[in-house]
Design a protein around this ligand. Structure first.
Ligand code: BES
Ligand code: ZN
Ligand code: ZN
Length: 501
């Protein structure tokens, strides 16, 4: 994919070359300067006239008409250097790559150093470029007869830099792995419920485990019954599909301690059960395994990069259906940790699946927990579609998750858990907990409920109901699944405990 070269060789033939241009200091240097000379100062002139735009995310194309071995030059406007961030650069790269691939160019070169700024060195730039390349070229192979005619894909990229080619290549590869892990999660979320059952998800995880030598454990219904996973089993009762509890273990340290548990909601379709969803609300519920997808995408990155950390991924998976056997409001179920739950709403099924998922992650030695779930419509009302809702029982651990999310460019915002929320979740005449205390601030009740199972283990809850999918295409991907939180989770694992060591 990437060939990194040190020397500036303007004799090499390329279909296209990508160069970054900031709005100030347009004095051309290095590569761009030489190209300008070859083109008799045309670049300088076009910049002066404004025909090459330096405005952020604006792409200007210059055809060299045979004057240089490079056929076309794409200038990517980067705006003010001081304003450049990893995120803005990644997005600008997305725009440029989209433009170049729409021109049906299959290979191109990039002058990487032209994108570096005070805040971002060439290695950061390489990471951003690798990530943007994977993300922006993502397509879901859908089921339209016509749409799957093979597309021209960018196959090869020559990267010019004055920095160490090996290290630049390593950064490009890391970025690309982050993008690919995100894309895998997108595909899982985009798959409809009839094509991705709990068994399919378990098979996918098993294959991933084989590829990266993770320890894999798939619990069957009978295993769950033995372990007393009454909460997950209740959700599965109305289904024709067997439930699966999926576990992947990655041991990057000598001892199995300081284990990060990643728990993802894996509801492959959510009808709401007997508290059935209205016909408009049910469409799109194939995405109710977005948390599971985020965890699996992160595990793919972890498998690629093999950090010296310990991780256990746990995915409770089933669909939430209706039948004569389905669980009902008023039912009381017993979860794996012994707590009993009064069911007030069968559509609040995610917290039930996660309750047993969290307990099982602890059983496997998780000393820190992050759960990711498309959990509540309430979080969308509170924070919209760009920000993931977060809750915690531990300030220090939350800080680490927050930092990872900032680095990954996936914003999260914290909601509180108060004693009153706990009281409401614990209010029941017949059981220890109820699964739906009310509509008022219900995103918080959902998080509070899960916290009852995390108990004293440091825990962060991420509600991605608003962020797992998008209705419009963007520079870093099409409409549909976003793969949100894949990069945050992988970054968290990579960086975990760095400040304490
Ligand atoms: N899967 C839904 C949450 C959801 C809603 C995800 C919209 C994505 C988009 C979840 O299981 C659910 O139905 N939650 C209920 C909770 C309520 C019953 C307390 C909700 O949000 O209405
Ligand atoms: Zn539901
Ligand atoms: Zn759900």
């Amino acid at each position: 994919m990437f060939t990194v070269k040190n020397e500036v060789k303007l004799k090499e033939v390329h279909e296209a070359l990508l160069i970054g241009i900031f709005s100030k200091n347009q004095k051309l240097t290095g590569f761009t300067h030489e190209l300008d000379t070859q083109l008799d100062g045309q670049i300088t002139e076009l910049l002066k006239e404004g025909d090459i735009s330096t405005k952020q995310q604006t792409v200007s194309k210059l055809h060299t008409l045979g004057k240089t071995p490079i056929k076309r030059v794409y200038f990517l406007g980067l705006g003010k250097e001081i304003k450049q961030t990893f995120e803005s650069l990644r997005e600008a790269f997305g725009k440029a790559i989209k433009t170049i691939s729409e021109a049906k160019v299959e290979s191109f070169a990039i002058e990487l150093d032209s994108f570096k700024s005070d805040g971002l060195n060439t290695y950061d730039v390489a990471h951003a470029f690798g990530e943007a390349l994977a993300l922006s070229s993502y397509r879901f192979a859908d089921y339209r007869q016509k749409s799957n005619e093979p597309e021209k894909k960018i196959e090869e990229i020559v990267v010019y830099t004055e920095e160490s080619p090996e290290e630049v290549k390593a950064s490009l590869t890391v970025g690309f792995a982050y993008g690919q892990g995100t894309n895998s999660a997108r595909t899982l979320v985009n798959l409809p419920g009839n094509m991705l059952t709990a068994s399919d998800l378990a098979n996918y995880a098993t294959e991933l485990g084989k590829k990266y030598e993770f320890e894999v454990e798939i619990l069957e219904k009978e295993d769950m019954e033995k372990l007393g996973m009454g909460a997950l089993l209740a959700v599965n009762k109305g289904s024709a599909e067997p439930p699966k509890m999926i576990v992947l273990k990655y041991q990057g340290r000598e001892d199995w301690e300081d284990v990060i548990g990643l728990v993802g909601k894996g509801i492959t379709f959510d009808t709401g059960g007997y508290s059935i969803k209205p016909k408009d609300g049910i469409v799109g519920m194939k995405s109710d395994m977005g948390g599971a997808a985020a965890v699996l995408g992160a595990m793919e990155i972890i498998g690629e990069l093999r950090p010296e950390k310990n991780v256990v991924a746990v995915i409770p998976s089933t669909d939430n259906m209706i039948s004569g056997d389905a669980f009902k409001p008023d039912d009381v179920v017993t979860s794996m940790n012994g707590k009993t739950i009064e069911i007030l709403n069968t559509d609040a099924e995610g917290r039930l699946a996660l309750a047993d998922g969290i307990t099982y992650a602890k059983f496997h030695g998780a000393s820190y927990l992050v759960d990711v779930a498309t959990l509540t419509g309430g979080v969308i009302v509170a924070l919209g579609n760009d920000i993931t809702g977060a809750m915690t029982n531990n300030e220090l651990f939350f800080e680490q998750v927050l930092e990872a999310s900032l680095e990954a460019g996936e914003p999260i915002w914290r909601l509180p858990i108060t004693e009153n929320h706990k009281k409401r979740v614990r209010k029941s005449l017949v059981a220890d907990l109820n699964n739906s205390p009310g509509r008022d601030g219900h995103a918080i009740f959902a998080g509070t409920f899960i916290g009852e199972f995390a108990e004293n283990t440091p825990w962060v809850h991420l509600d991605i109901a608003g962020t797992a999918t998008t209705t419009s295409s963007h520079n870093l991907g099409p409409a549909g699944a976003t793969g949100v939180m894949v990069r945050t989770l992988a970054t968290l694992v990579e960086r975990f405990g760095e400040t304490n060591e």
